[in-house]
Structure formats: structure tokens, C-alpha cells
Write a protein that binds this ligand. Structure first.
Ligand code: FAD
Length: 425
């Protein structure tokens, strides 16, 4: 039998790749990981972690304002964008180091560089010391995704979520295009930090796919907080002017912004990966096609995480990695092999206020069950009787009337993500 240089080669050191590599190495496999950028991938470097840190930063603005209602006198407040960026960068560098230690501690061999598939068992990595060709019994593609900016006049002037955390200047006037969770979160965060935010969404609602009540409620709350949310609107053109970027919307409205962020979706990182050379098939959306065990059209090559899944979330990439390692190497001693269950994945959205949700939306439940009971409560939290804030909270339970079983739980309000996580468990 042919001997390979390693048992497992993982392309991509993000959420899914690192988890798969570490677990496989801990079970005795000889593992190599190639990462072209910083370890930790999207979540650690330009996704979940910096976003949540900036969301905390934005909440302080509210806290300072609300403190007066409780007897506090807070002096003049000043936000320093440079200091927040530096604090974030330091923490992310620490996390990059933690990821490296986790991998090296498990015995994984790390290569810094761009990896390309040569055939079903060979990967070439372009490192600073030259190209290396490595053969592997199994290869996992965990290369994640990249923001997608549609063709629009003035496209060269816009930025994506990858740039937002490190903008040289704080954007006093920010225009965000998109209505998904990333667009809404950036709108809330930068609004909280003091920017004048305009959000442009082409459909009649934000957060399509969420419960319609939740979408409408959070839109109303974001507007109360100061986000100028323009629904049923699209961008016709973006032009660079002396006083900023002039954005012309469909219908002729014009907005001047310092920064224009496009958060209009992401596509899988498959370019320059050598998929054709190896014979790995993609679908029409460029996602790598996999079977129930994450195997691609080439039996020795697997794919997981954002590059192949429709549920682009870190815990999904982690879950897929653990299920795949169990499948390839057998489950840990005394444990059953893990399987990913894609139904009812709990989700938090760090808008202000937060959203926490698990289970079916009302619309989905009405399609699945004959009789659905909705328990809905909307109120002003006790805290806001003195804080001066007009923010309201929404709680909604979706229940199958026949069995009296809760099939969906949705909350918009302070700490909704953490609260709903308890129910999700
Ligand atoms: P990634 O983490 O993207 O890792 C892929 C890695 O592969 C990258 O490091 C890349 O440099 C590397 N790579 C690519 N091509 C090559 C190559 N040819 N050679 C070598 N290396 C390569 N998810 C949540 O669950 N909760 C959140 O709150 C959340 N917030 C988000 C906020 C933002 C702004 C964004 C953009 C995403 C957010 N996500 C969130 C999604 C989450 O970040 C992704 O689902 C997750 O990172 C996917 O993991 P992955 O392993 O598939 O890919």
C-alpha cells in the first residue's frame, strides 16, 4: 500500500480546520495544517470575536446615558477608536497564539502559506521557504468564505466586513448595504459607537429567515436607537466626492457617507484551490458538494464549514469537524460517533437590542403543524422605567397546540443570546 507523508492534510486553519486537525492529532493521526493568513480564521480575526468585542464597546454609550436616571453624574464621555482597535488587535493576537499552541501541543505540523490541490492525495503549499508538496491519505478543505460585493457603479470605493474592524478613521457617516445579520450587527455597533448610520435593504424586511415578528420588532428598535433604516431600497451608484462618498439610491435619494459597507452575502473560498486538478465538484453557488460524511466527489477529499455548508456559523463548522474526525478515525473511547443535526440551530444576533432564537419561526410552525398557539409578550424592562430609554423587549413562544410542545422560542432584548442559549441546551 502507498505510504503517505501524513494521514490528514487540512487546508485552512479557521474554526473547522483547527478543530478537525487538533482532534485527529489527539487520536494519533499524523496531521498537517496549511493556513495562508492568521490562525483562527474568520471567526477569530474578522468575525464573531472582534464583532462581539465592538458590540460591548458600543453598549457603553447607552450605559453612560442611562446612568443619569439612576442618580449618577457621568462626566463628558469621549470614544477613542484608535484605543479600541489597539485593544482588539492585542486580544486577537493572543487568540492567534492560543490556536497555535493548541495545534502544536496536539502534535500538528503547521505550514504558513497558500495550499493548492495537485491531485486526490497531494497538496502543494507556497511557504516563505519555497513550495512544499505533501501527500496525505485524507485531505480536508476548510477554507471558509469571503464577502461578496455585487457589481455596482463605484464598487471600488466600498469596504466589506473584513475591513470594518480596522478602518483607519472612525466613519462618522456610515452607509451599510444589506439586511442580513452581519449588516444589522454592524449598523447597531457603529450607531452605538457614535456614527450616523444609514442601512439600505432591498426587500421589505431585515433578517429574512428569522421570525417575521422578530424582524419587524428589531427593525423598530434599531430605528429608535437612531439607525436610518431604508427598506425596499437599492444602491444605484457610488461616487467619490470631496466631502465623502455620494450614494445614490434607487428612487433618487442621495446620502453622503465616509464609509460604505457592503454586507450582502458571502461566497465559498474555492478560487485558486486547484479543485479542477483534483476533480472536486462544486454546486451552482460554488459550494463544494459533500455527502452526509462530508466526502466530496473525490473519495479521499472532504470539505466542511463555510466552504461547503449553507449554515455558515462557527458552531456548525466545529460540529462538522468533530463528526468528520469520528467518521475517519472512529469515535473517542467509550463514545458514540458524533452526527451533525442541522435542525433547530440556535442563533444569536448582536443587534442593539440582541436577538436570541431557537427552533421554528411562526411561519415554519404553521406550515408543519395543524394548530399553532403563540404566546407573545412585549414590554418595557423595569430598568428602563428610570433609564430614560424607550427600548422594549419581545418574547415569543411558538407551540404545537396538539402536543403542547414548544417548537420555537424567540427573544429580542438585553442579553437575549445568553438567555436563549440556556433554553437551547
Ligand atoms: P474560516 O474560519 O473562514 O477559516 C478558513 C481559513 O482558511 C482562513 O483562515 C483562510 O485564511 C484559510 N484559507 C483559505 N484558503 C486557503 C488556502 N488555499 N490555503 C491555506 N489557507 C486557506 N458565526 C457564528 O457562529 N457566530 C457569530 O457571531 C458570527 N459572526 C460573524 C461575523 C462576521 C462579520 C462574519 C464575517 C462571520 C461571522 N460568523 C459567525 C461566521 C463564522 O465566522 C464562520 O461560519 C466560521 O468562521 C467558518 O469557519 P470555517 O472553518 O469554515 O472557515
Amino acid at each position: 500500500m502507498k505510504d503517505f507523508d501524513c494521514d490528514l492534510f487540512v487546508i485552512g486553519g479557521g474554526s473547522g480546520g483547527v478543530r478537525a486537525a487538533r482532534m485527529a492529532a489527539q487520536r494519533g493521526a499524523r496531521v498537517v495544517v496549511a493556513e495562508a493568513a492568521a490562525l483562527g480564521g474568520t471567526c477569530v480575526n474578522v468575525g464573531c470575536i472582534p464583532k462581539k468585542l465592538y458590540s460591548y464597546a458600543a453598549h457603553y454609550a447607552e450605559a453612560f446615558e442611562e446612568a443619569a436616571g439612576f442618580g449618577w453624574t457621568v462626566g463628558e464621555t469621549h470614544f477613542d477608536w484608535g484605543r479600541l482597535k489597539a485593544a482588539r488587535a492585542k486580544e486577537i493576537t493572543r487568540l492567534n497564539g492560543v490556536y497555535e499552541q493548541l495545534l502544536r501541543g496536539a502534535g500538528v505540523h503547521l505550514l504558513q502559506g497558500w495550499a493548492t490541490l495537485c491531485d486526490a492525495h497531494t497538496v502543494q503549499v507556497r511557504t516563505a521557504d519555497g513550495d512544499q508538496r505533501i501527500t496525505a491519505r485524507h485531505i480536508i478543505i476548510a477554507t471558509g468564505g469571503t464577502p461578496l460585493v455585487p457589481a455596482v457603479s463605484g464598487r471600488e470605493h466600498v469596504v466589506t466586513s473584513d475591513h470594518m474592524f480596522d478602518l483607519p478613521e472612525f466613519p462618522k457617516r456610515l452607509l451599510i448595504v444589506g439586511g442580513g445579520y452581519i449588516a444589522c450587527e454592524f449598523a447597531s455597533i457603529f450607531n452605538g459607537l457614535g456614527a450616523q448610520v444609514t442601512q439600505v435593504q432591498r426587500t421589505a424586511r431585515v433578517l429574512g429567515g428569522f421570525d417575521a415578528d422578530v424582524s419587524a420588532f428589531v427593525a423598530q428598535e434599531m430605528r429608535k436607537h437612531g439607525v436610518d433604516l431604508k427598506l425596499n431600497a437599492t444602491v444605484a451608484a457610488i461616487e467619490k466626492r470631496a466631502d465623502g462618498l455620494l450614494v445614490t439610491l434607487s428612487g433618487g435619494t442621495q446620502v453622503v457617507a465616509d464609509t460604505v459597507l457592503y454586507a450582502t452575502g458571502r461566497y465559498p473560498n474555492v478560487e485558486g484551490l486547484g479543485l479542477d486538478a483534483a476533480g472536486v465538484a462544486c454546486d451552482a453557488r460554488h459550494s463544494i458538494v459533500v455527502d452526509a460524511h462530508y466526502r466530496t466527489s473525490v473519495p479521499s477529499i472532504y470539505a466542511l464549514g463555510d466552504v461547503s455548508t449553507q449554515k455558515q456559523l462557527t458552531p456548525v463548522a466545529l460540529g462538522e469537524a468533530m463528526a468528520l474526525v469520528d467518521h475517519l478515525l472512529g469515535p473517542a473511547a467509550g463514545k458514540a460517533a458524533r452526527q451533525m443535526d442541522y435542525a433547530l440551530i440556535p442563533t444569536a444576533v448582536f443587534t442593539h437590542p440582541n436577538i436570541g432564537t431557537v427552533g421554528l419561526t411562526e411561519e415554519e410552525a404553521r406550515r408543519q403543524f395543524k394548530d399553532v398557539t403563540i404566546y407573545r409578550s412585549e414590554f418595557k424592562a423595569l430598568r428602563h422605567t428610570l433609564s430614560g430609554s424607550q427600548e422594549r423587549t419581545l418574547m415569543k413562544l411558538v407551540v404545537d397546540a396538539a402536543s403542547d410542545r414548544v417548537v420555537g422560542l424567540h427573544m429580542v432584548g438585553a442579553d437575549a443570546g445568553e438567555i436563549v442559549q440556556g433554553f437551547a441546551v
